[in-house]
Design a protein around this ligand. Structure first.
Ligand code: ADP
Ligand code: ZN
Ligand code: ZN
Length: 749
C-alpha cells in the first residue's frame, strides 16, 4: 500500500503531494489526516507530513519510492490538525488543496479594528420596571421588548438588538432620548457578548433528557478512554421544544469542566438572541458567536480567542466548524437536516460529515439534533453508525402541538371554488381576524423550475426513468434534469383525460392581492425577494409582524424558520405540493420538513394553534405524515423510495458539474468525460447518467452540463473522482471547461 503525503505545510507548494510506501506494520494503523514522519529531500531529512490519501498502486518510480518512518509524536499544533482536515475534505469533495485550506484556516487579521456598539441600561431595577409598565400600557411593544431584555441582561450587543430582537434604530433612539438606555462603542478583540453576572438556571431534566444525557455521555467517554468510540456520532431526534438544547448544554458543560471545548453549529436563521442567551447563562463570557455579519477581521479575532483558550464554546453557522480549539471535545449540529450545512462553493462539503471527520482527527464527539432528521442521519442511526436517542414530548407541560387540517384542493375545484384559498382556510382566517390573533400564509415555493400537473386528478408528469417530475422548458418541452430525458408537453392528462393541465404559477404578490380582496379590513405584510431587497428589509418586516402591526404575514419558506411569534394561531400552507414535485430526489423529504416546521409555527405559546395544508395530493406520504407529525412513517416510505431508485443515503450520487463558455466544446467534453467514466466502470458498480442540462442551462453566458454517477460504495466514487481529476488535468484540449464535484448533492443542478 502507498500513502499520499503533504510534506512540510509551512512552504508554499501546498498542492504538491508525495507518495510513500506504507510499511506493513503500519498498514492497519494509518488513517487519512494522520501526521507521520518521512524521509524528505536528498539528505533524507526527517520531516513531518500529513496523509491525504492511500492508493494500491505506485504512481511513481517503484525503485525510488521511500518508506514512511513512523507516526508522529503527539501534541500536534492546531493548524496541523486543520490541515489534516483540509486534506480529508479535498479527498472527499474534490477541488484543490488550496481551496480546502482556505476553507479551514482562519484568514489573516485586518489591520483596522472595527468598533462594536452596545446598548446599556441606565435605569435601576425599580425605575426600569416602572418604565416597562408604562410602555406596556401604551402598547409600545418594541420599546417594551427592548427594555425587558435590558432588564434581564444589563447590556446588549447592538447587532443582537437590531437583528435578533428585531428592534429598529428608532426604538433605541427613543429609549436614549428618554434616558432609559445609552448606545456605546467599544473596541473589539473582546467579547461580542458582554454581560453582568452569570445567572445559572436550575433545570430539573425530564426522564427522556436524563436518559439522553447519560447514554451520550457514556458513549463519548468510551471514546475518550482509549477504546475507540464505536459510533461516529449521536443523533437526538426530538420535536421542537422537547429540550434538545438543554441536553447539548449539559453535555458541553461536562466537557468544559474536563478542560475541553465545544462547537455548536446552528443555522444562521435560527441563531436567535434567545438561543445565544441560554448558552450565555451557563457559560458566561466563555462563549463566542460567529455570524455572516462579522467582518473577516472580527472573524479572525474570534478564531484567535478560541485558539488562545479565551473561550470554551463557539456558536455559529457552518463556518464555525473550523474554530481552532486546542482540545476540542464536542461538536453539536442543531437542525442537522438544514440544507445550509452543505457548502455551495468548492469544496462542496457537508458540515455533518466534515464534523465527523474533524472529530475523528481530534478525538472529539459529535451530536446531531433535529425534529425532522435527514434521511442520511436517521439511516446511519438505524444501521448502527450513529447512536440514537429520542425525546418524545415537549419539555414544558403546557405547550401543545398544533392541530393540522389537510384540504384536498381537487375537491375545492369540484365544488366550484377556484380561489387559491380553500373554504376551510378562509373561515379560519376570518375567525382569527375577529379574535385579533395573527395568521401566517406560507407559499411553498422554491426557485425550482415549473412542472406540469393535473388540476382535476392531481397527477404529475414524471420522468419514466428517474421518478422525479419533468421540468417545463420553453418551446413546449418537458425535461428530466437527471438523465436528460425529454418529451413534448401533452395537452390532456395521461391519467384521467382532463385538459385542465397546467403549471402552478401563483406568486406571493398574487396571493397578497387575493387576500386583500377577501379581507379588506386586515393589515397584510408580504415577505419575498421583492420586499426584502433593501437593507435590513427582512428584519423590518419581521419586527413589524412581531410588534403586531399586521394581522397577516405572507411569504415563502423564509417565514417558517427561526422566529417565534406567540400571537400566531393559524398557519396556512398554500400549494403544499410545490416542493413535493420539484425535480429532485429530495423533494419528498424537503416537503415533509417544511410542512412540519410550518405547522410548528402555530401555537408556540399557551394559545392553541392550527395549521391548514392545502394540497392536490393529500394522499402523498410526505403530506399525510407531516399532517400527523409522524416522522417514523415518513422515514419508512421515503427510505423505500430511495432504496428502489438507488438514491442516497442507500446509494451515493456524485454530480460532476461542467461549465464552459463554448457550448459545443462543453458538449464534447461532457461526452468524453462520460466515456472515460464508463471505462472506469469495469466492474459495473456504477450507474452513469447524463450528460443532462441543468435546470438553469446557462448562467451569465456560461453553459452547464451535469453527469451523475450512482454507486453503492462511496469509496468507489472517490476513486473515480480522483481519476477524473487526473484525467481533466491531462487533457489540455478541454482547459476552458471547469469541473466541479458534488457528493450526494442537496438539490438538482
Ligand atoms: P429544543 O432545543 O428541542 O427545541 P429546548 O431545549 O429549547 O428544546 O426546550 C424548549 C423549552 O423548554 C425551553 O424554553 C426550555 O427552557 C424548556 N425546557 C427544556 N428542558 C426543560 C426541563 N427539563 N424543564 C423545564 N423546562 C425545560
Ligand atoms: Zn388528471
Ligand atoms: Zn430521468
Amino acid at each position: 500500500m502507498f500513502a499520499n503525503i503533504i510534506v512540510d505545510i509551512t512552504h508554499e507548494k501546498l498542492d504538491k503531494i508525495f507518495q510513500y510506501r506504507v510499511p506493513s506494520n503500519l498498514e492497519k494503523r494509518l488513517k487519512i489526516g494522520m501526521e507521520v514522519v518521512v524521509p524528505f529531500g536528498r539528505g533524507n531529512r526527517k520531516t513531518k507530513g500529513y496523509i491525504v490519501g492511500f492508493s494500491e498502486q505506485c504512481d511513481y518510480d517503484l525503485a525510488k519510492i521511500k518508506e514512511i518512518i513512523g507516526i508522529a509524536e503527539k501534541s500536534v499544533a492546531i493548524e496541523a490538525r486543520m490541515v489534516a482536515l483540509a486534506a480529508w475534505m479535498k479527498e472527499h469533495y474534490g477541488g484543490t488543496m488550496i481551496q480546502a485550506l482556505k476553507t479551514v484556516l482562519p484568514i489573516k487579521r485586518q489591520e483596522n479594528l472595527k468598533v462594536k456598539k452596545y446598548v446599556r441600561l441606565l435605569l435601576d431595577e425599580t425605575a426600569g420596571r416602572e418604565k416597562l409598565d408604562f410602555y406596556l400600557n401604551k402598547n409600545q411593544k418594541a420599546r417594551a421588548r427592548l427594555l425587558a431584555a435590558l432588564l434581564d441582561e444589563g447590556t446588549l450587543e447592538y447587532d443582537l438588538v437590531v437583528k435578533k430582537l428585531n428592534i429598529s434604530r428608532t426604538v433605541i433612539r427613543a429609549l436614549e432620548e428618554q434616558g432609559v438606555a445609552i448606545l456605546e462603542s467599544e473596541q473589539i478583540y473582546r467579547n461580542p457578548i458582554q454581560k453582568r453576572a452569570v445567572m445559572q438556571k436550575e433545570v430539573a431534566y425530564t426522564e427522556d433528557q436524563k436518559k439522553a444525557i447519560e447514554s451520550i455521555w457514556q458513549g463519548l467517554m468510551e471514546g475518550k478512554e482509549g477504546t475507540p468510540e464505536s459510533r461516529e456520532a449521536w443523533l437526538i431526534h426530538g420535536v421542537t421544544g422537547s429540550g434538545k438544547t438543554e441536553v447539548y448544554i449539559e453535555l458541553i458543560d461536562r466537557m468544559v469542566r474536563r478542560k475541553m471545548q465545544a462547537i455548536v453549529l446552528i443555522p444562521e436563521i435560527a441563531l436567535t438572541y434567545q438561543t445565544v442567551m441560554r448558552f450565555y447563562h451557563r457559560f458566561g463570557d466563555r462563549i463566542s458567536i460567529m455570524n455572516s455579519r462579522l467582518t473577516q477581521g472580527e472573524r479572525y479575532d474570534q478564531m484567535m480567542r478560541a485558539r488562545n483558550g479565551e473561550i470554551d464554546v463557539m456558536i455559529g453557522p457552518r463556518s464555525a466548524l473550523f474554530t481552532p480549539f486546542p482540545n476540542l471535545g464536542l461538536i453539536v449540529i442543531d437542525e442537522e437536516h438544514e440544507t445550509t450545512y452543505k457548502s455551495e462553493q468548492v469544496p462542496r462539503f457537508h458540515a455533518r460529515e466534515t464534523a465527523i471527520a474533524r472529530a475523528k482527527i481530534e478525538g472529539a464527539g459529535v451530536i446531531l439534533g433535529s425534529a425532522t432528521p435527514s434521511l442520511e442521519a436517521m439511516y446511519r442511526a438505524k444501521t448502527g453508525r450513529y447512536g440514537l436517542v429520542v425525546l418524545r414530548n415537549r419539555a414544558q407541560s403546557d405547550a401543545s402541538m398544533a392541530v393540522v387540517h389537510t384540504v384536498d384542493m381537487r375537491q375545492e375545484l369540484k365544488r366550484g371554488n377556484r380561489s387559491i384559498l380553500s373554504r376551510k382556510l378562509y373561515e379560519l382566517m376570518a375567525d382569527r381576524l375577529k379574535r385579533k390573533e395573527q395568521i401566517m400564509l406560507f407559499l411553498n415555493r422554491r426557485g425550482y423550475a415549473g412542472f406540469l400537473s393535473c388540476r382535476e386528478c392531481g397527477h404529475v408528469i414524471k420522468c419514466p426513468h428517474c421518478d422525479v417530475s419533468l421540468a417545463t422548458h420553453k418551446g413546449g418541452r418537458l425535461v428530466c434534469h437527471y438523465c436528460g430525458y425529454e418529451q413534448r408537453r401533452m395537452q390532456v392528462c395521461p391519467e384521467c383525460g382532463s385538459n385542465y393541465l397546467g403549471e402552478f404559477l401563483a406568486g406571493t404578490q398574487q396571493i397578497e392581492d387575493i387576500v386583500r380582496q377577501a379581507f379588506p379590513q386586515a393589515a397584510v405584510l408580504r415577505m419575498d425577494l421583492d420586499t426584502t431587497r433593501e437593507k435590513n428589509g427582512h428584519e423590518k418586516i419581521l419586527s413589524a409582524f412581531a410588534n403586531e402591526e399586521a394581522d397577516i404575514l405572507i411569504g415563502t419558506q423564509m417565514i417558517v424558520k427561526g422566529h417565534d411569534f406567540p400571537n400566531v394561531t393559524l398557519v396556512g400552507v398554500l400549494a403544499a405540493d410545490m416542493s413535493l414535485y420539484a425535480d429532485d430526489y429530495r423533494a419528498g423529504e424537503r416537503t415533509f420538513q417544511l410542512l412540519t416546521q410550518a405547522a410548528g409555527r402555530a401555537g408556540r405559546s399557551h394559545k392553541p394553534g392550527m395549521a391548514v395544508i392545502q394540497t392536490y395530493s393529500p394522499e402523498h406520504y410526505s403530506i399525510v405524515s407531516a399532517a400527523l407529525q409522524d416522522y417514523d412513517t415518513f422515514y419508512k416510505e421515503e427510505l423505500h423510495y430511495r432504496k428502489v431508485m438507488g438514491y442516497p443515503p442507500v446509494e451515493h450520487l456524485l454530480a460532476v458539474l461542467l461549465t464552459c463558455q463554448e457550448e459545443a466544446l462543453l458538449k464534447k467534453g461532457a461526452d468524453y468525460l462520460k466515456m472515460f467514466a464508463n471505462r472506469l466502470n469495469g466492474r459495473g458498480e456504477m450507474q452513469i447518467i447524463g450528460p443532462a442540462s441543468p435546470s438553469v442551462g446557462r448562467v451569465n453566458d456560461v453553459y452547464r452540463k451535469v453527469v451523475y454517477l450512482k454507486c453503492q460504495k462511496y469509496d468507489t466514487l472517490i476513486e473515480v473522482k480522483n481519476k477524473l481529476e487526473q484525467y481533466i488535468e491531462i487533457n489540455s484540449g478541454y482547459q476552458t471547461i471547469r469541473v466541479q464535484f458534488d457528493f450526494d448533492p442537496m438539490h438538482v443542478f
